[in-house]
Design a protein around this ligand. Structure first.
Ligand SMILES: C[S@@+](CC[C@H](N)C(=O)[O-])C[C@H]1O[C@@H](n2cnc3c(N)ncnc32)[C@H](O)[C@@H]1O
Length: 469
């Protein structure tokens, strides 16, 4: 019906409402809608537009009421469902929102904006695969739509940690792993690559002449990517990708018949060595997945520590005074450790570096859960931080590490630049003198490392976050 109101035909009035809405003036838009509704209270489009305007004005109850009326009046329209979905999301009614988007997409299955909005809702609900499929559909339908592309890319970027880029570009790490694989592999080798990521180490193993490679990757997006990468590089005939955490592998089901891998390569180490579950991954692989004589790469992992003077570092993660005011309470909210990316940094070692934990990955040596350390101070200075780095012994010829070059040391040839160093700050900093010792207690529970540093004067732990009141 194209009746008129307030001197203007309905469709002109509604066109003005739409323009006002688009130009960010929902108040004026709602006036145009009300003008139509004063003459025809069941005008579905006016009800829908009014609902949309009220939502933009923050009147979510009014918006919901008018959108529901629009749907009752003309249930065939998709857009009122989309806007009602948005309103439901804003008031936390996620299930109702989901139902609204389902109705909308049934009515307009090819509408890119609806696909996009629906995908965002699914993503927020953790339904990642469904969200990806809808974004994919939207991008295929309208490849030039920048918002759809951006959303799709944003979602993809959440599926794969950003450090994968630095890691595959870490030339030292790659070379050393490839060297160790070449030394371990012979024509009868069957290699198990746990935590295959992009499939890089699996392809190195295949190139080194392994008869067969089983690549196991827990992350579904990475496992799918690894399959594509391996196919692109022409190794699909020798590398099989299994998308499972290795702890769920069943050799009788997952491996080719009677096959037990005789080489394991697994790069599953974080900045404190064990945070990605490396200890259980290696122990389980040795017990259930590998042949008894299997070679393990790496075979040992060490967490090292160094006591450092570096005011700059301290100021990045702790506070004392600013402009004469005491801001110590901010320290209650400090993270346990900072992540530092420091191939070299201007900090001075105040004591010999020391192993905190040594993990025997290939053998049966157990690492005690607690490490009591008394570190003799060798240099006078202010001890601001305990810096951690890791060292992986790949085989008897090669090891790699991310030990930063401190002020007084030279560059190391096995330095791997993709691992961050974890840094525990001493709050307050400790005045260090040669002849004194600093007591440190480190504990691990096979997954996490917790460290307490003791005040040399009081013998008590240095200030912990959250202990002041
Ligand atoms: C540090 S990345 C290494 C990727 C690849 N191996 C490389 O060196 O380029 C570790 C990968 O291992 C995966 N991962 C860690 N523990 C795993 C396990 N027990 N089973 C399967 N995948 C695992 C993670 O999802 C991550 O993709």
């Amino acid at each position: 019906m194209n009746a008129s109101c307030g001197g203007l035909p309905f469709d002109e009035q509604l066109e003005q409402a739409r323009q006002c809405q688009e130009q960010g003036d929902p108040w004026q838009a709602s006036e145009h809608c009300r003008a139509v509704l004063s003459r025809d209270e069941n005008h579905a489009e006016a009800l829908a537009l009014l609902g949309q305007s009220l939502a933009a004005m923050g009147d979510l109850a009014g918006a919901g009421h008018n959108l529901n009326r629009a749907i009752e009046t003309d249930p065939a329209q998709a857009m009122p469902y989309v806007h009602l979905g948005e309103v439901n999301l804003q008031i936390g009614r996620t299930r109702e929102a989901l139902r609204c988007y389902q109705h909308a997409i049934q009515r307009q299955p090819d509408d890119v904006n609806i696909l996009n909005s629906f995908a965002v809702v699914l993503w927020n609900m953790g339904k990642i695969d469904e969200a990806r499929a809808l974004f994919r559909r939207a991008v295929d339908k309208e490849p030039d739509n920048p918002f759809t592309r951006r959303n799709f890319q944003l979602l993809n970027s959440r599926l794969v940690d950003r450090w994968h880029y630095a890691m595959v570009n870490d030339a030292v790490r790659n070379q050393q792993f490839e060297g160790a694989l070449k030394r371990a592999i012979h024509p009868d080798s069957v290699v198990l690559d746990i935590g295959a990521g992009t499939g890089l180490l699996s392809m190195m193993a295949a190139r080194a002449g392994a008869k067969q490679v089983i690549a196991c990757e827990a992350n579904p997006a990475l496992a799918a990517l690894a399959r594509d990468v391996i196919r692109d590089n022409g190794y699909s005939d020798r590398i099989q990708v299994i998308n499972k955490p290795s702890l769920q592998l069943d050799p009788d089901i997952d491996f080719p018949k009677h096959v037990r891998p005789n080489v394991l390569v697994a790069e599953v180490f974080d900045t404190m060595v064990i945070g990605e579950g490396a200890l259980n991954t290696f122990a389980h692989a040795r017990r259930y997945l590998l042949s008894t004589e299997a070679v393990l790469i790496p075979r040992e992992a060490v967490l090292f520590g160094g006591l450092v003077e570096s005011e700059r570092l301290w100021r990045e993660g702790a506070a004392d005074r600013a402009n004469g005011f005491d801001l110590n309470r901010l320290n209650d909210f400090r993270p346990d450790t900072l992540a530092l990316e420091a191939e070299s940094f201007s900090g001075r070692l105040l004591a010999e570096e020391f192993p905190v934990f040594t993990f025997d990955l290939a053998g049966d040596r157990q690492t005690p859960a607690t490490s009591q350390l008394e570190i003799p101070i060798t240099e006078k200075g202010i001890c601001h931080a305990l810096v951690f780095w890791i060292q992986l012994q790949l085989d008897d010829k090669a090891s790699i590490d991310n030990r930063p070059a401190f002020d007084d040391t030279t560059e190391a040839s096995t330095y791997c630049n993709h691992w961050y160093q974890a840094v525990k700050l001493l709050v307050p900093p400790v005045q260090a003198e040669p002849g004194m010792t600093l007591r440190i207690e480190a504990r691990h529970n096979r997954q996490n490392v917790a460290v307490v540093i003791y005040d040399p004067e009081t013998g008590k732990p240095l200030e912990d976050p959250g202990t002041s009141d």
